[in-house]
Ligand binder design. Structure first.
Ligand SMILES: Cc1cc2nc3c(=O)[nH]c(=O)nc-3n(C[C@H](O)[C@H](O)[C@H](O)COP(=O)(O)O)c2cc1C
Length: 446
């Protein structure tokens, strides 16, 4: 029977995707310690989640108002530690959980990313994943020594080359290249270790990769592009995907379209799982869950939404009055997450205001919280999963580790009882737990 993929949406930060999460009375505050991440990993593992995944951005959301004072004072996602290092700490405190981290194709070098993730994959016995992003804003550009962020579609064109180099690196060592035979003195078969020469329009790399193939071949590639260009990139490269479907009908439509785009490229759509964000708020009874939700919603501040919108759309929302409409030129100038911008323009049917952006995106608050008992949540997750809207869920926390503890306590037993989520891990590697085969060298080439 088909089982859903469950991903814990994690941050190496002071909060969840909700800036308000750190204000929750039950949120732990030791977010700079390994113990905090290991605890979350152990909770996810108890629930047989396939992946814990760390989001990332290479800057504070301080585009809003042009200085960091507001976001620092309010703790609006200002702590962002290195997610790969944090991933390792979590990995060493767990045994089966697949663990992924985000890394940017725009600001890192492909050899570096290939080597770092392949190393982590070895260290964790084949449990690593890489969430490929092209990054979103000028804050990231400036931290990384550039003036402005590269144009939206161009950075995906460049990312295609980046992926070819990374996969070229990962293909450097055939699976049985390593021998380490002290008797014969043969360390590795030279005919099975290949030098790469790559020259593209944007990037080049030549050399012999320095990390052997890992127990699952190479890390699993996660992708979450939402724009037209981003989706084409996801269909080409993603081995599992993250999406934020806003409602059931859109989900069914976009899910079918993505599966068909994957198939059109000659890839097997049934192997590529598509997982949509969910914000569950769960308790023993629906009434208790409603109370929990009321508390969570009360923790939100307007500065959370405005600074996270500015971050995502690479535009300072403090420049406009709350009910002032953006001009065509200003809308065009929003160069971050264009799928988000386009949705707001489409929903309003006119030039939107700041308030429209806040209300439609619900940035900084759960967009589609699912509130109820374990059975209520399981019903909702089952519906989308069985009726062609997704293959799994990226479970986002309202506070940590509380959200994941509640989910594992109230929802997982219900999902397992219905045969919708696994009772045991299928194997030691992430690929085994996602039903993915170990890739052959070169199998990524279309
Ligand atoms: C669950 C999920 C997690 C994401 N994590 C990140 C992240 O860590 N860093 C990032 O820059 N973008 C992240 N994104 C955003 C996407 O990679 C992408 O930028 C966004 O969907 C907008 O699409 P576009 O870049 O194609 O315009 C995430 C999206 C989703 C749905």
């Amino acid at each position: 029977m088909r089982e859903m993929v469950l991903v814990g949406f994690l941050q190496a930060q002071n909060c969840t995707t909700l800036a308000s999460a750190w204000r929750h009375p039950d949120a732990r505050s030791d977010f700079t310690t390994a113990a905090y991440y290991q605890k979350i990993g152990q909770v996810l593992e108890a629930g047989k989640f396939q992946i814990g995944f760390f989001d990332d951005r290479l800057a504070m959301p301080d585009i809003y108002g042009g200085n960091p004072a507001d976001v620092v004072a309010n703790g609006v996602r200002v702590v962002k530690m290195d997610p790969v290092v944090t991933l390792m700490a979590m990995g060493l405190g767990t045994k089966y959980l697949g663990i992924g981290s985000t890394a940017s194709t725009t600001y890192y070098e492909p050899f570096d990313v290939a080597r770092r993730f392949q190393t982590v994959d070895h260290m964790l016995g084949g449990r690593a994943a890489w969430n490929v992003v092209t990054s979103v804003n000028d804050g990231e550009a400036q931290n990384m020594g550039r003036d402005v962020h590269m144009d939206h579609d161009l950075r995906y064109d460049r990312a295609d080359e980046f992926m070819e180099i990374v996969h070229g690196c990962w293909d450097g060592w055939e699976a049985d290249a390593l021998v380490v035979d002290k008797q014969s003195g043969l360390f590795a078969h030279p005919e099975k270790v290949h030098r790469m020469e790559y020259r593209g329009k944007f990037l080049k790399s030549s050399g012999t990769f320095t990390v052997p193939r890992s127990p699952q071949g190479h890390p699993v590639v996660i992708q979450a592009g939402g724009s037209t260009r981003g989706k084409a990139f996801a269909a080409r490269w993603g081995e599992t995907m993250f999406v934020g479907y806003p409602d059931f009908e859109t989900a069914r439509r976009d899910y079918a379209a993505m599966k068909s785009s994957i198939g059109a490229l000659g890839r097997d759509p049934s192997k590529v799982t598509i997982n949509t964000i969910a914000y569950p708020v769960v308790a023993e009874t629906r009434a208790e869950a409603e109370d929990k939700w009321a508390l969570i919603d009360s923790l939100y501040k307007e500065v959370d939404g405005l600074s996270l919108l500015s971050e995502a759309l690479n535009y300072d929302f403090k420049k406009k009055g709350m009910d002032e409409a953006f001009s065509d030129e200003e809308i065009e100038g929003m160069s971050g997450m264009q799928a988000m911008r386009d949705r707001v323009v489409e929903k309003t049917g006119r030039n939107p205001t700041v308030r429209d952006f806040l209300e439609i995106t619900r940035r900084g608050r759960p967009r589609e919280a699912i509130i109820g008992s374990g059975k209520d949540i399981a019903d909702r997750l089952e519906k989308w999963f069985t009726e062609g809207a997704c293959d799994g869920y990226v479970i986002a926390g309202t506070h940590t580790p509380g959200t994941f503890e509640d989910f594992v306590k109230f929802v997982i037993p219900e999902l397992q009882r219905r045969g919708l989520s696994p009772k045991e891990y299928k194997g030691a590697t992430l690929r085994e737990n996602l039903g993915l085969e170990i890739p052959d060298v070169g199998s990524w080439k279309l």
